[in-house]
Design a protein around this ligand. Structure first.
Ligand code: ADP
Ligand code: MG
Length: 571
């Protein structure tokens, strides 16, 4: 559990602030995360690495010469939002383009992908590299579809070293993918982790047993087995990771490996060394040479009790980059040239959004929209614990938090927009942006896009008819389908949204509130029925079978909000 905190809501932000305050020679706080406090040489590609908080030293602890140029920092275990990624890139990029590096998770793919689109529109060359080292999460043929765990360290270290050595964007991207394709990890958990402010871990592992193939966001293991001795655990990890060893003597690989034994938060360094002692024996027995092995905490999961083993199967190029100098708060090696120490000049900031002219009718509508979002905020706060519990079964337990943070951010942004005399369209656009920013995660991106698309149906000059309201709701659902790409049956919020949209179109005559109220039970029934199926998309897909018997949290929250919307409008 977390003993020291001021408030769970600000925990991640305050931790970043303290990290920056303790490393001013390397880091500066920028909107959305951190960047180097030193100048990036002009024309050098920027490596922007990120993900949720709760994994220190990943990711903000790896920003500095020889590794990252910036790190957007999301809430605990939730991806940063697209605008956080965008803002950190604007502060890190210096004419050489950017590589966005992150673990392969749905929420990160969405938010980093949206940021990449916006940056490309502005003429910045953006490449995306998703780390996918976790062998438990997919088959060897689908290596790039696996999720990312401790492999983040070597992949970003190697890509950062290539950039430091003068690689251009094409070259840096090539090397980053090569490092990812050479990296394999496997992890075990003995007990789940507890979110700051929560009393209970996200999951428990039975005493005397261990979860094999855990995730780093409190996702439980893919299977349970009896907990063995340190040497038995070492053997299990070693055998799993080396099962995918490439052929020696081919493609420059000769059995030289970067080895990382990673503690997830609660396992002590001494325990890790006991395990590593056995791994060293196995390395020798199998004729491997460990190159600069690392034993310690690199990609943590709050206070998860567990560990993981990572191998990078090195050729000469990867080995040179793996052992090159690096200077970041949490990862240092060798000496960096002084040229890297020129302080940066300024910090980029998006500034306050402009509010276009609006009519009184549209402002009236904006006030009504704000009231709806306040209702959403109340409903999300009431169901936060239940949605979190559902998400912890096969996901990472943050769906309640994401919906609560997102709806509150949206309601506050809408109220502020109304104060500044915004019309309906502008109010919803700003609320959508704020939802994604405040929530992060997959559902944050989807709800943010839904509000934004719904806003596009309104104007700042006209009031809203019932028809406009129904069209706006449908446009929001269409945005979720477009952006998420899920089909009914994948066990996502789409399972509730699609039948709801059909029922709404059918029920609508003159009265939007009545039609939404009539259609809402279709969403709820469909959400409840998702309990019968296994997840095929999103974070929960890795543990698809474990999700059977539990409804999809995102489908349920959608149904709850549509019921609340109908009731609110009818009143
Ligand atoms: P994360 O999965 O990033 O932790 P949340 O826990 O907030 O995000 O949201 C999880 C929910 O997101 C799932 O229950 C599911 O309903 C929804 N979801 C996941 N992927 C998709 C998708 N591709 N399309 C629509 N909804 C999705
Ligand atoms: Mg989740």
């Amino acid at each position: 559990m977390t003993y020291l905190l001021n408030s769970p809501d600000n925990f991640a932000d305050e931790a970043v602030r303290g990290l920056v305050a303790s490393h001013p020679e390397l880091l500066v706080e920028v909107p959305g995360g951190v960047a180097r406090s030193t100048q990036t040489p002009e024309g050098q590609p920027a490596l922007v690495i990120g993900g949720g908080s709760g994994h220190y030293p990943a990711f903000a602890g790896w920003v500095g010469p020889g590794m990252g140029h910036g790190a957007p920092c999301g809430n605990i275990f939730s991806s940063p939002s697209a605008s956080e990624v965008y803002s950190v890139v604007r502060n890190a990029e210096n004419g050489g383009g950017v590589i966005l590096g992150f673990g392969n998770y749905a929420g990160d793919v969405l938010h980093f992908g949206l940021a990449a689109e916006k940056l490309r529109h502005e003429g910045i060359d953006v490449r995306i590299v998703t780390v996918s080292d976790d062998i438990a999460s997919n088959s060897p043929e689908n290596h790039r579809d696996r999720r990312g765990v401790a492999g983040d360290l070597p992949v970003f270290k190697i890509a950062g070293a290539a950039i430091e050595a003068g690689a251009d964007l094409d070259e840096a991207e090539r090397v980053a993918w090569k490092a990812n394709d050479a990296t394999r990890s496997f992890g075990l958990a003995f007990e789940g982790c507890t979110l700051p402010g929560a009393d209970e871990p996200l999951f428990h592992v039975e005493k005397g047993r261990m979860g094999e193939g855990l995730g780093i966001h409190g996702e439980p293991g893919v299977r349970d087995s009896p907990l063995g001795s340190a040497s038995e655990v070492a053997d299990l990890l070693f055998d799993a990771v080396t099962a995918e060893e490439p052929v020696r003597g081919e493609n420059g690989y000769e059995g030289r490996v970067a080895v990382i034994l990673n503690g997830l938060g609660t396992v002590k360094y001494e325990e890790l060394f006991v395990v590593y002692a056995r791994i060293a024996e196995r390395l020798e027995e199998k004729g491997f040479t460990a190159v600069r092995p690392e034993v310690g905490e690199f990609v943590t999961s709050l206070d998860m009790a567990g560990l993981s083993l990572t191998f990078v199967f090195l050729d000469e190029e990867l080995e040179t980059l793996w052992t090159a100098p690096v200077e970041t708060p949490a990862y240092r090696r060798g000496a960096m040239p002084a040229a890297n120490r020129i302080p940066r000049a300024d910090i980029w900031n998006a500034g306050e959004a402009e509010i276009p002219q609006s009519s009184e009718d549209s402002r009236e509508c904006a006030r009504a929209i704000t009231a709806v979002l306040e209702t959403f905020q109340r409903v999300c706060a009431e169901s936060e614990a239940e949605l979190g519990r559902l998400d912890a079964v096969a996901g990472d337990g943050d769906h309640g938090q994401g919906m609560a943070f997102g709806s509150r951010g949206a309601a506050q942004a809408a109220a502020k927009a109304v104060e500044r005399n915004a019309g309906a369209r502008t109010t919803l656009l700003l609320a959508g942006q704020a939802w994604a920013d405040a929530a992060g995660g997959t559902s944050g991106a989807l709800w943010g896009a839904a509000l934004t698309s719904a806003g596009g149906v309104f104007t700042d000059t006209d009031g809203a008819t019932d028809e406009v309201i129904v069209d706006a709701v449908c446009a929001g659902i269409d945005a979720v389908l477009r952006l998420g790409g899920a089909q009914p049956g994948d066990k996502t919020m789409v399972d509730a949204a699609v039948p709801f949209r059909a029922a709404l179109r059918e029920a609508f005559d003159m009265d939007a509130g009545a039609a939404i109220t009539t259609a809402a039970p279709a969403a709820r029934e469909a959400a409840d029925k998702t309990a019968d199926i296994a997840a095929r998309l999103g974070r929960a897909r890795v543990l698809g079978e474990k999700s059977v018997g539990t409804p999809d949290p995102g489908a349920l929250s959608f149904a709850l909000l549509m019921a609340a919307l109908g009731e609110h409008l009818t009143r």
